[in-house]
Design a binder for this molecule. Structure first.
Ligand SMILES: *Cc1c(COP(=O)(O)O)cnc(C)c1O
Length: 377
């Protein structure tokens, strides 16, 4: 098999037609408002709120600052139960806010926090649960809500991967106290950088607004120790324009995911994730789990050998955040058996709306060649 002429990466940022974006940002030269919750910011917020089917949406500079703002707005402190199978942001946000992350193991079916293991980690210092809907697959939101109610804990979902995901027709942002959806360039939907916080409590609308703009309530009045996480007008303009293309983008991703699943179903040692009943998925990622015994090669070998075909996959999420140099000393003796198992075997394959289906076939063929299976064409 010949190596691809141009490299294929795990994702490719969506860009709208150039003219369309230029037309939108012309409005900024009319308003002369570049940031500070300008007219395009308000328009984007409204459109996004409708798209996400939530009660309230607060926009911010990026998802990470959105998490930190939410932690402050919900007044989380002490210990928080969370997952180590995530991007650095989730754990860093907690620690940056002075909280001790308490890591809970994950379930192997979805790679999400194992709700059955949360209760045993709760003590008198616990103030919240911060789960992640990993790869856009929803956590067991009902079980988590039950536990939160029983112990009077807050729930902040890292829903960074979940743009457009719904459970039984309800937007993913309707669960927990606040959900954070990342609008980063590499995510399903982008406003260049950006974050959207979704929630039901109208009081949070005012609190979050304070935290995103230095705690300022008037020219001579500052009432909270806020920061700056405002989304500017250029970001919001990208969001307004990109939103027009999102239904189609998710449709295209779905075709790719279904093709991967179909082509990979007979490849021994490769496990894929399937759709969950009642869930509208966004196909943000295409993770595979490589069983080294059945596949005949390790995840790391597959990752390296795919590079020789010009295919660049990612080991999301390896290492676990609990194994980061900055956390590992405190996390030495934790029972994270499933999380370690998955982190050592996970590989995310390229997926994005404009990825050609013939490239998907090529990638699976390459996987089979690496496995030394014959290709019948
Ligand atoms: C991308 C991501 C974030 C951070 O979002 P940004 O918008 O890049 O700041 C947080 N958590 C997870 C799981 C992510 O993948």
């Amino acid at each position: 098999m010949k190596k691809l002429d141009t490299p294929i990466f795990v994702t490719k940022s969506f860009l709208p037609p150039f003219e369309e974006y230029v037309n939108k940002i012309k409005e900024i030269w009319g308003s002369n408002i570049l940031t500070n919750l300008g007219p395009i910011h308000e328009e984007f917020k409204e459109n996004l709120n409708n798209f996400l089917k939530t009660d309230y949406t607060t926009l911010c500079t990026n998802g990470h600052l959105g998490l930190e703002m939410s932690i402050k707005a919900l007044d989380l402190k002490g210990e928080v139960i969370t997952t180590p199978f995530t991007f650095a942001s989730t754990t860093h946000a907690l620690v940056n806010c002075g909280i001790k992350p308490v890591f809970c193991d994950i379930e192997t079916a979805t790679y999400n926090i194992d709700a059955n293991k949360i209760e045993s980690l709760i003590n008198e210092n616990t103030t919240a649960i911060v789960p992640v809907h990993v790869f856009g697959n929803p956590c067991d939101v009902e079980a988590i809500e039950k536990i939160a109610k029983k112990y009077n804990l807050k729930v902040l979902y890292d829903a960074a991967h979940c743009f457009g995901v719904e459970i039984d027709g309800k937007g993913i942002g309707n669960f927990g106290d606040i959900s954070m959806i990342s609008l980063h360039a590499t995510k399903v939907f982008n406003s260049i950088e950006g974050g959207a916080l979704t929630y039901k409590d109208p009081v949070l609308k005012e609190t979050l607004k304070l935290y995103k703009n230095f705690g300022i309530t008037g020219p001579e009045s500052v009432v909270a120790v806020g920061g700056n996480s405002k989304m500017n007008e250029f970001q919001a303009a990208m969001g307004v324009v990109n939103l027009r293309y999102m239904d189609k983008q998710i449709e295209d991703r779905k075709k790719i995911a279904y093709l991967y699943r179909d082509l990979l179903k007979d490849v021994k040692g490769i496990k894929v994730l399937n759709d969950i009943e009642g869930v509208k998925h966004n196909y943000a990622y295409f993770p595979i789990l490589v069983d080294e015994i059945e596949f005949g090669k390790t995840r790391n070998e597959l990752y390296e050998e795919l590079k020789k075909f010009n295919i660049f996959t990612r080991k999301y999420f390896y290492p676990l955040t609990s194994n980061f140099a900055c956390y590992k000393d405190e996390c030495k003796n934790l029972d994270l058996k499933n999380a370690n198992y998955v982190a050592d075997r996970i590989l995310t394959l390229p997926i994005y709306g404009s990825l050609d289906l013939s490239i998907v076939e090529y990638i699976v063929d390459a996987i089979k060649v690496i496995k030394k299976e014959e290709i019948i064409k």
